[in-house]
Design a protein around this ligand. Structure first.
Ligand code: SF4
Length: 267
């Protein structure tokens, strides 16, 4: 057995039988740590790399555990039959997996070498060398693009978007070399990016990326709200409601026209 499977990392959850975040039935591995602080984040327990205590249904729960890639892969490999039948596999999520690049690469490599398809949810906020180190083991890059305007991106997520947009162009250009498929995902957040103009700009950027065929609009939801209370934090989104179906369908039409790629709500 190769040494890379002994690489250690920190996760906070593994969800089996998911039908989101990639094709078919998937196992989602959630890695701890993120460089952004998006106001709408539905996994606030992912943001800090540190192990934390969160109150869940009135009970304290430890969030974060250190594991080897091998331990995670043993769980992932249990559902191989489902992956085979549905075209599914393993998805890395978080947090931002690229905050733990050696661990992410070890998980992806281990899955690929076991014949399991791989995907990673990421906003590509990392040095290019870090991103390129995981591409050989990745089948699908699910890349978040949140806004085209750098100042607004900074205001609502804590970081500007220049590096992420530059990396999006590079990842798109590397799809053939690494046989990875890039899909763009846009969280649609009221008061942040839910106007036709803002979605048009993101969709037009997507349309200019080489070989990109798919754009997903992911409507804001409030499912993470209770976690903020559990962590002793105020919910940054206040009373903001999810976008209506009508708004989402209008934005879907805008995205289709501006991008020229396949667009869908959810994903
Ligand atoms: S990038 Fe994702 S995990 Fe990180 S803060 Fe934003 S929504 Fe949360």
């Amino acid at each position: 057995m190769e040494d890379y499977r002994k690489t250690k990392g920190r996760i906070f959850d593994i969800q089996r039988y998911s039908i989101h975040d990639g094709y078919g039935i998937r196992t989602i591995v959630f890695l701890k740590g993120c460089v952004l602080r998006c106001r709408w984040c539905c996994n606030p327990e992912s943001q800090e790399y540190a192990v934390q205590t969160m109150i869940v249904r009135s009970e304290p729960q430890v969030i974060g555990r250190d594991v080897t890639a091998e331990e995670v892969l043993r769980t992932v490999e249990k559902d191989r039959a489902y992956y085979r039948r549905t075209g599914g596999g393993m998805t890395l999520s978080g947090g931002e997996s690229l905050c733990q690049p050696e661990f992410a690469a070890a998980l992806l490599r281990g899955a690929k070498e076991a014949g399991i398809s791989t995907a990673m949810e990421s906003m590509a906020c990392a040095k290019w060398e870090v991103i390129e180190s995981v591409l050989p083991w990745l089948d699908q890059y699910l890349l978040d693009i949140k806004h085209i305007n750098a100042a607004k991106h900074q205001e609502f997520t804590g970081k500007s978007n220049e590096v992420m947009l530059e990396n999006a162009v590079k990842i798109a250009a590397m799809q053939k070399k690494y046989q990875v498929e890039l899909s763009i995902r846009v969280p649609v957040i009221p008061g942040f990016n839910d106007t036709e103009q803002e979605i048009r700009e993101i969709a037009a950027f997507t349309g200019r990326l080489e070989h990109v065929k798919r754009l997903h609009l992911l409507p804001y939801h409030r499912l993470g709200q209770d976690k903020y209370a559990g962590l002793g934090r105020e919910y940054p989104m206040g009373d903001v409601e999810p976008p209506s179906d009508r708004t989402m369908h209008m934005l879907l039409q805008t995205a289709k026209q501006a991008s020229g790629v396949e667009c869908q709500i959810g994903g």
